[in-house]
Design a protein around this ligand. Structure first.
Ligand SMILES: Cc1ncc(COP(=O)(O)O)c(C=O)c1O
Length: 369
C-alpha cells in the first residue's frame, strides 16, 4: 500500500490551527461540543480493553429500533474514516475493480488508490444538479467489480439521492454479487426530512457507515461504525480492526453512548440551529452576485461555484479570504474539482459568525474580480 496525504486533511482547519480562523465556513459538521456540556461522570469507568466489536450497549443504540438489524451487525470503529478504511482494505485487492462517485470525501477514493485496484469514477455534475445516474454505474460494472461506493447524504453537495436510486443500487449490487458501500456519515443531519433506516437493513450486500462526528459535534472522540448483515464479512472487518487497534477507547465509547442515548434531544437542538442558519444562507444566496449553487437538502454544506461570467485568480482569492478576512471555505481541490468550486458550511458557525463569514466571502469575491 502506498499512502498519500490528502489536501482536505493537509489544509484542514485543525491542521492550520483553529485559533487562526475566526469565521470557519469550511466544516461539514455542527459546532464541536465540550465534555462539560454533557453532564457525564466517567470517574468510575474501568479503563480495560473494551469488547472488540464495541461495547454492547453502544452497538445496541447504534442500530436504533431496527427490527432487522441486530447489535452484532454493528462494528464500532475510530470514526467513519477507519470504517471506510476497513471496508476498502477488506473488499478490494489490486486485481479488483471499484465504482465510486466523485466529488466525494477523500478516503472513499484515496484508500482504493493506495490499494491500487482498478477504479471507475462516476462524476456528478453541477449542470445535472449533482444527480446520480444509475445507468452510468451499471455500465461501469465489470466482472471483477467488488464494490460500488456512494455517499448519501452527499458530501460536498448536500444532495440526498432518491429512494428509488438507492433501491436500484442495492439491486445492482445483489445482481452483480458485489457490495454497496453507503457512507451515511451525514444521515443525522437530515434536518428537513424524516430519518430513514440505514441502507444496510435492505440487504447483506450493503455496508452502511456513519459516526458521531458531524451531527453531534464530537469528532474528537473518534467514534464511528460499520453496519452489515453479512456475518462472514463482519468477521473479516473485525479481524482488520483487531490488527489496527484491537478495540476502541472505552472513554470514547462511553461518551458516544451518552450522545446516542440522548440523540432525540441533541438532534432537535442541532437541527433547530441548522434550520435558522440555513434560512439565512438561502436569503444570502438569493442575492448572491458571483456564486451559484444547487440548493442542498441535507447536511450542512453546499458545493457552490463561481458563475461563468466571472473570472478570478482562485489562489489569491483563498489566500486573501484567510489572511485578510480570517474566513475559510473548502476549496474545490479538496474534492478533486476546479478551485472555482467551493464547499460552504453553514452548520458550524454560530448565527453571527455565519452572517459575518458570508459578508466576508462576498467582499473578498468582489475584490477578486
Ligand atoms: C462523507 C464522510 N465520510 C467520513 C468522514 C470521516 O468522518 P469521521 O470523523 O467520522 O472519521 C467524513 C469527514 O469529513 C466525511 O465527510
Amino acid at each position: 500500500m502506498k499512502y498519500v496525504r490528502m489536501p482536505i486533511e493537509i489544509e484542514s482547519p485543525e491542521e492550520m490551527g483553529y485559533s487562526t480562523i475566526q469565521y470557519n465556513l469550511a466544516e461539514s459538521s455542527v459546532r464541536d461540543i465540550r465534555l462539560s456540556d454533557l453532564n457525564i461522570d466517567l470517574s468510575n469507568l474501568v479503563l480495560f480493553y473494551g469488547e472488540h466489536k464495541g461495547i454492547p450497549k453502544l452497538r445496541e443504540t447504534i442500530k436504533e429500533k431496527s427490527k432487522i438489524l441486530s447489535a452484532d451487525d454493528v462494528l464500532v470503529t475510530s470514526g467513519a474514516a477507519t470504517a471506510l478504511f476497513i471496508a476498502a482494505t477488506t473488499l478490494l485487492n489490486p486485481a479488483d475493480h471499484l465504482v465510486v462517485i466523485r466529488p466525494n470525501y477523500g478516503i472513499n477514493l484515496e484508500t482504493p488508490r493506495a490499494i491500487n485496484c482498478a477504479i471507475s469514477i462516476i462524476d456528478l455534475k453541477f449542470e445535472e444538479e449533482f444527480a446520480l445516474d444509475v445507468n452510468k454505474i451499471r455500465k461501469a460494472i465489470q466482472p471483477n467489480t467488488k464494490l460500488i461506493s456512494i455517499t448519501n447524504p452527499h458530501n460536498p453537495t448536500g444532495k440526498v439521492f432518491d429512494e428509488n436510486i438507492i433501491q436500484q443500487l442495492v439491486q445492482l449490487a445483489e445482481e452483480n454479487n458485489c457490495r454497496l458501500l453507503v457512507d451515511e456519515t451525514y444521515r443525522d443531519l437530515n434536518f428537513q426530512t424524516p430519518l430513514k433506516p440505514y441502507v444496510a437493513e435492505r440487504s447483506p450486500n450493503v455496508i452502511s457507515v456513519s459516526s458521531v462526528s458531524k451531527s453531534f459535534g464530537a469528532p474528537g472522540i473518534r467514534i464511528g461504525w460499520l453496519i452489515c448483515r453479512d456475518k462472514k464479512l463482519m468477521h473479516d472487518f473485525l479481524a482488520v480492526k483487531e490488527q489496527i487497534c484491537l478495540c476502541n477507547s472505552v472513554v470514547d465509547e462511553e461518551i458516544a453512548f451518552h450522545l446516542l442515548h440522548n440523540k432525540k434531544t441533541i438532534l432537535e437542538k442541532n437541527h433547530e440551529h441548522i434550520r435558522n442558519n440555513f434560512a439565512y444562507f438561502k436569503q444570502w444566496f438569493a442575492q448572491q452576485k458571483y456564486l451559484e449553487w444547487v440548493e442542498p437538502t441535507a447536511g450542512v454544506v453546499c458545493f457552490a461555484r463561481l458563475k461563468a461570467q466571472y473570472k478570478m485568480d482562485t489562489e489569491m482569492f483563498y489566500e486573501k479570504l484567510y489572511s485578510q478576512y480570517s474566513t475559510i471555505v473548502g476549496p474545490g481541490h479538496w474534492f478533486e474539482q476546479n478551485k472555482i468550486y467551493m464547499r460552504i458550511g453553514f452548520g458550524y458557525p454560530v448565527f453571527e459568525e455565519l452572517k459575518t463569514g458570508l459578508n466576508n466571502l462576498n467582499a473578498c469575491l468582489e475584490q477578486s474580480m
